[in-house]
Design a protein around this ligand. Structure first.
Ligand code: NAP
Ligand code: GDD
Length: 337
């Protein structure tokens, strides 16, 4: 991996799935990495503990700051203090189903949160002479009801408060690029998973459920709509694409995905088979509480632009992703129990 000496990056959402992988990638490239962490009553840094460096270590490369996307003053303070060259906004209330329960909060963090960073950067870029770059974590959920395959030109027809909030943040990012000349890019990423995926997203819920069944802790796994189709990729590869977008001569938006789509049912079937539990039908029950008021039925990425311009290609195949996640959870439960 090519080393990039002395560049400074700031990651909002460093404690999340993608934030942790992106921090690893940037540190390996030689960046000094700053991350914004929400204050919580218990530790919320499990995904980045392996990267932690003692504050007394004079040559440390990772710095953490308390902050929240609801708090414009602190965002501004952190940006002015860190003086980053690259800012990645990966922070969000990122759960689609939860966004129906807390739509206003979702809009405030997932939508307005991005705007708060952009506003702080608008002033900061005058100070740096336009040297700061901004990455917005846009989402395939923005396409919603738009028929597949979806690419950079596909209209947004969001089907959730989360999707609508992401469209707002996406539009603001484009506006700050056009109106103020900010180097601002949006990565429109399709679903991407890993052993670090949050436990309530469907893939991890399935693989964790399987591990609990194998360990004798549960008898059943309760799920919602098994017919939805998603384009599932591997998170670390998608985080590398974020970095590539920020290294382009001009800011631009890119769709990132695998181009393959599978139903939730297919994921379930393959995962139970991989774990050696036989037919999933013995274990899985449908609980309508996991249905959504509106659903995104099918997502398939058209990644021709990313392949051509970024020279980016997905590597991990669907069945390998399932395997990685299943065995990670089975092994984790073996260690714990
Ligand atoms: P994630 O695991 O849910 O991580 C979200 C991060 O945002 C966490 O670090 C979380 O902190 C932080 N956060 C939440 N609310 C915050 C607030 N009010 N102030 C500051 N930080 C806050 O999500 P992810 O899967 O890594 O995804 C990263 C980003 O990409 C998100 O914006 C997501 O919406 C978007 N995205 C994800 C996918 C996907 O398939 N994973 C696809 C497209 C777009 P805590 O750790 O304290 O909760
Ligand atoms: N979470 C969840 N839990 N989803 C379920 C369940 C269940 O028990 N049963 C079925 N599903 C279905 C959902 O209805 C949805 O169609 C599909 O599984 C995927 O759900 P999630 O894994 O929650 O992901 P998502 O597609 O809604 O959202 C993720 O991908 C977006 C990109 O398209 C999140 O990571 C978003 O933050 C991201 O933007």
């Amino acid at each position: 991996m090519a080393k990039t000496k002395n560049k400074t990056a700031l990651i909002f959402g460093i404690t999340g799935q993608d934030g942790s992988y992106l921090a690893e990638i940037l540190l390996k490239k030689g960046y000094v990495v700053h991350g914004v962490v929400r204050r919580a009553s218990t530790f919320n840094t499990a995904r980045i503990n392996h990267l932690y460096q003692d504050p007394h270590n004079k040559s440390r490369k990772l710095f953490l700051h308390h902050g929240d996307l609801a708090d414009a003053g602190t965002i501004r303070k952190i940006i002015n203090k860190v003086k980053p060259e690259e800012v990645y906004n990966l922070a969000a209330q990122s759960h689609v189903k939860v966004s129906f329960e807390i739509p206003e909060y979702t809009m405030d963090i997932t939508g307005n949160g991005a705007l708060r960073i952009l506003e702080a950067l608008r002033d900061f870029q005058t100070e740096t002479g336009g040297k700061v770059k901004f990455y917005q974590a846009s989402s395939s959920e923005m396409f919603g009801a738009a028929p597949p395959p979806q690419n950079e030109k596909t209209p947004f027809i969001p089907q959730s408060p989360y999707g609508a909030a992401k469209v707002f943040a996406h539009n603001m990012t484009n506006l700050y690029r056009d109106a103020y000349g900010l180097f601002a890019v949006s990565g429109i990423l399709f679903n991407h998973e890993s052993p670090r995926r949050g436990e309530t997203f469907v893939t991890r819920k399935i693989t964790r459920g399987i591990a609990r069944i194998k360990a004798g802790l549960d008898k059943k796994l309760y799920l919602g709509n098994l017919d939805a189709k998603r384009d599932w990729g591997h998170s670390p590869e998608f985080c590398e694409a974020m970095w590539l977008m920020m290294q382009q001569p001009k800011p631009n938006d890119f769709v990132i995905g695998t181009g393959e789509t599978h139903t939730v049912r297919e994921f379930v079937e393959l995962a139970f088979k991989e774990a050696g539990l036989g037919s999933w039908k013995k274990y899985v029950e449908i609980d309508p509480q996991y249905y959504r008021p509106a659903e995104v039925n099918i997502l398939v990425a058209d990644t021709r632009k990313a392949k051509k311009v970024l020279k980016w290609q997905p590597k991990t195949k669907f069945k390998d992703l399932v395997k990685i996640m299943v065995w990670n959870d089975i092994n984790e439960f073996k260690v714990k129990n």
